[in-house]
Write a protein that binds this ligand. Structure first.
Ligand code: ZN
Length: 427
């Protein structure tokens, strides 16, 4: 399928995900998994409120059905029903009449973006609050206001979903995305759509690696997941990717693992350098998603993030402006192609060693043109260059880097060299 058609499919899924009212827990997450189950054979798991996960515990389950601020005449100034971002995430219920002064303590707006409703949550402290545009806030007059939020915070569970696609090897590649943001497109409908379509593509043919794809609420979800699977993941994971902010059509960005030199770092940097040399390289100090848990000391998984514009770095981030106009089929298609190329490189990545002392005679193996013809001498040079670096210590990514070509450029010549026994892989 063409990159363009791929992008349209990813965008269509992101658009279906966009209206769902996700939070750390609750109906929006389950609705999300109902939809994704039409695409993937997901295993959906529930973990009870209070279940410990390292230094944390699964929070109460939150549900909200309505919320508004009304003036003295009963006119609703903002309402959950017009935009769910108006009610602060995890807000406690309230039904009271308060002064403007008291109301102000519970309002969130952005002075620098007066037309944006900020996305604000209060997961671990029970309080009530509303989010609104700064313009709406400035229009509030002195007086009394009715504040009403119909929400519940009670014992329930945290929902996550996983999919393990077995390959020939037990070693694994991890794909992780989060499913806890309400109507925000780039952060995080784009990541969910990419994870879904990457998983479908992975399942479409037999693979060397086993793939573990997880859909979790951010932070508490990765902690809960690690608390159940850390030992096997530490043993098996060779590379991992946190998928987030992959839908806009601006720059590409790279966030390394804490180690900075894992297989995941090497393949991502190589693919980006070959395809998108203008990408922005961040450091681990700029981290902000589930790599914070996956790469933490004692966990030490090789997990990186390849994004379009990184979270926190685009003006619409965590506001009502991060809507479906921020992401595009082209933006999503680019991210899909980059991640597929990383996975393709990992699938082919082996340490290679030449079987010959000195340069081999390519001609007698049919690899060197006996008649000089335009183009063919270039192939012969590529064979010699591969063999020159195939010293038994370098893997495919190292060799591609030394030759200044993309990994995928070497798949065919390596197969040709293996076919005539000039090259062998060591694993
Ligand atoms: Zn976010």
């Amino acid at each position: 399928m063409s990159e363009h058609a791929d992008g349209e499919e990813l965008y269509a899924l992101a658009a279906k995900l966009y209206p769902m009212q996700r939070s750390l827990t609750g109906a929006g997450v389950r609705e999300t998994f109902d939809l994704l189950s039409e695409y993937l054979p997901l295993r959906v798991c529930e973990v009870a409120t209070g279940t410990p996960a390292f230094d944390w515990a699964v929070p109460k389950e939150w549900a909200v059905s309505d919320g508004y601020i009304a003036d003295e005449a009963g006119k609703k100034i903002i309402s959950y029903k017009t935009n769910p971002l108006h009610v602060m995430g995890y807000s406690a219920p309230i039904d009271a009449v308060v002064s403007l002064e008291e109301l102000q303590e519970h309002l969130h707006s952005l002075e620098g973006q007066p037309e944006a409703i900020p996305y604000v949550t209060s997961y671990y402290k029970e309080r009530w609050g509303f989010c609104l545009t700064h313009t709406q806030r400035n229009a509030l007059k002195k007086g009394a206001y009715r504040v009403y939020i119909d929400s519940t915070l009670k014992e329930g569970s945290l929902t996550y979903a996983e999919l393990v696609v077995p390959g020939k090897r037990t070693e694994e590649i991890l794909l992780s995305t989060y499913v806890c943001h309400p109507s925000l497109a780039n952060d995080n409908c784009s990541g969910i759509a990419l994870a879904t379509f990457l998983a479908r593509w992975i399942m479409s043919e037999s693979r060397n690696y086993t793939y573990r794809v997880v859909f979790i609420p951010e932070t508490i979800g990765s902690l809960v997941y690690l608390s159940k699977h850390m030992d096997e993941m530490k043993k098996r994971t060779r590379a991992g990717f946190v998928l987030t902010c992959v839908g806009d059509d601006r720059c590409y960005s790279f966030l390394p693992s804490r180690d900075g030199a894992t297989l995941a770092d090497r393949v991502a940097q190589h693919v980006l350098a070959a395809r998108e040399p203008g990408y922005i390289a961040y450091t681990y100090l700029d981290r902000g998603s589930d790599e914070r848990q996956y790469c933490s000391p004692g966990v030490d998984l090789p997990v990186v993030s390849i994004m379009r514009t990184k979270y926190g770095m685009y003006p619409e981030y965590h506001t009502s402006l991060d809507d479906l106009s921020v992401i595009s089929p082209q933006g999503l298609a680019g991210s899909f192609a980059v991640h597929k190329e990383c996975i393709g490189a990992l699938e082919h990545n082996k340490i290679y060693k030449t079987t010959c002392v000195g340069e081999p005679q390519l001609g007698k193996r049919g690899l060197y043109p006996t008649v000089s013809k335009k183009g063919t001498v270039g192939d012969a040079q590529l064979y010699l260059d591969i063999l020159a670096y195939a010293d038994g210590t370098r893997d495919l990514i190292d060799i591609a880097k030394a030759l200044r070509v993309s990994v995928s450029h070497l798949f065919e010549p390596i197969a040709a060299l293996e076919a005539v026994q000039l090259l062998k892989s060591l694993d």
